[in-house]
Design a protein around this ligand. Structure first.
Ligand code: KG4
Ligand code: ZN
Length: 386
């Protein structure tokens, strides 16, 4: 990897509390050429020296995909370079194969069973050790899927969300709790603050509400949907609604309970700043609920399919508690399974994962296939299976 330039639109989307598709695609138009130029400059490579061009073509927001695909097609035609359309979900999976020997962000790489005394160390993947079959949990703003990966390019989706994606739930709950976009990192920060104030030395299994709070009793503060469903599907909209109702109950009184809402409805305005401790507690409980659901289903898929590797990817895979919880459970329940996860900087959308995916596809091609002219007649798609 010679360079990996990411143009973030977070500041733009913060103003509207989420992604407005039209705004996002306009920002793509403005950013795409400067980003390509910067990437080449940082890599110290000229366009003529590039062997292949890879581009995300599906699934995603059509307007944004179109900008990338049309730019890539134009470059491919003008420079006479082969072009590879890449599935965005497959790109996320290949964040696991980026050569990332440098910059482990202070995390150490250990064998799952090498240091049981210190289970909080998290494994960072170096690609080559990835053993199949693997169970991959893909968690992003648009997707929540459990994938059985039998080899490079061979996927079976075991289950997915029936409503909101995990990242979407983080973003919507953040709006309910009046936290800025994107919800994931902000909720996580507030939850961390709660843990700091009420330290729990050892997390127990299964996760229950560990905070001493008479209102909560022993059970879970928020529901864990579909844990007993017997399949690998997810549902997060019930959890989101539970957060909304409990928050209204705690902050604006019971009169607002039962108020109709839909999708990303923000609920009534609350007096900001007043409810910070409560907000931190809600963030903590919400994050624990999501992590519990994701970790439980991932572990049961790994057991069912006798996975040699468990991995996570997508924007939500940057979540510290999720990374840690799956690590803890694997060491306890599946000590011979490898747990390999991407560096956090490759969890959210980035170009390195797309290029890595393309490089694996190129390596599989025969010489004849490599010399064949690229077909530029492919479309962008808002939905596409792996
Ligand atoms: O993969 P991604 O960058 O874009 C999509 O393909 O959707 O994922 C973005 C999502 C957002 O919903 C964001 O809130 C979530 O990832 N996210 C997190 C964290 N960082 C980003 N969710 C939980 N914890 C985080 N630390
Ligand atoms: Zn993504």
């Amino acid at each position: 990897m010679l360079s990996n330039v990411v143009a973030s639109q977070i500041d733009i989307h913060k103003k509207t509390g989420g992604v407005v598709p039209e705004v996002a695609s306009r920002a793509h138009v403005e950013q795409i050429l400067p980003v390509i130029e910067e990437a080449l400059k940082k890599a110290n490579v000229s366009l003529g020296k590039i062997d292949y061009i890879a581009v995300t073509h599906a699934p995603g927001l059509i307007g944004s995909l179109l900008v990338g695909v049309n730019t890539a097609k134009t470059l491919s035609a003008v420079l006479d370079k082969p072009l590879l359309p890449i599935n965005h979900l497959e790109g996320h999976i290949y964040a696991n194969f980026i050569n990332q020997n440098q910059d482990l962000a202070g995390l150490q790489r250990i064998k799952p069973d090498s240091n049981p005394e210190n289970p909080n160390k998290i494994l960072i993947n170096h690609g080559s050790e990835f053993k199949f079959p693997a169970i991959v949990l893909l968690v992003s703003g648009g997707h929540t899927s459990l994938i059985l990966m039998r080899d490079h390019g061979k996927y079976k989706t075991l289950g997915e969300t029936l409503d909101d994606a995990a990242g979407e739930a983080f973003d919507k709950v953040a709006r309910v709790l009046e936290l800025p976009y994107p919800g994931g990192p902000n909720i996580s920060r507030m939850a961390e603050e709660y843990r700091r104030k009420f330290p729990i030395s050892n997390f127990q299994f299964p996760i229950k509400s560990q905070i001493q709070n008479p209102k909560m009793g022993d059970g879970n503060f928020f529901p864990r949907s579909m844990l007993d469903s017997g399949n690998f599907n997810f549902s997060f909209s019930g959890l989101k609604t539970a957060v909304l109702y409990k928050w209204q109950e705690e902050t604006v009184g019971a009169t607002l309970r039962g108020r109709p809402h839909s999708g990303g409805h923000i609920g009534p305005p609350l007096q900001s700043g007043q409810n910070n401790n409560l907000r931190e507690m809600f963030c903590y409980e919400f994050e624990e609920a999501v992590v519990d659901i994701l970790a439980t289903k991932t572990l049961s898929a790994a057991k069912r399919y006798r996975a040699k590797t468990v991995s996570i990817c997508g924007g939500v895979a940057a979540n510290k508690r999720l990374r840690e919880e799956i690590s803890l459970r694997i060491q306890k329940e599946l000590p011979n399974t490898l747990y390999l996860i991407p560096n956090t900087k490759f969890c959210g959308d980035n170009a390195a994962m797309v290029a890595t995916c393309a490089s694996y596809q190129v390596n599989k091609k025969t010489k004849k296939q490599k010399n064949k002219k690229s077909n530029l007649d492919f479309e962008v798609m808002s939905n596409k299976e792996l």
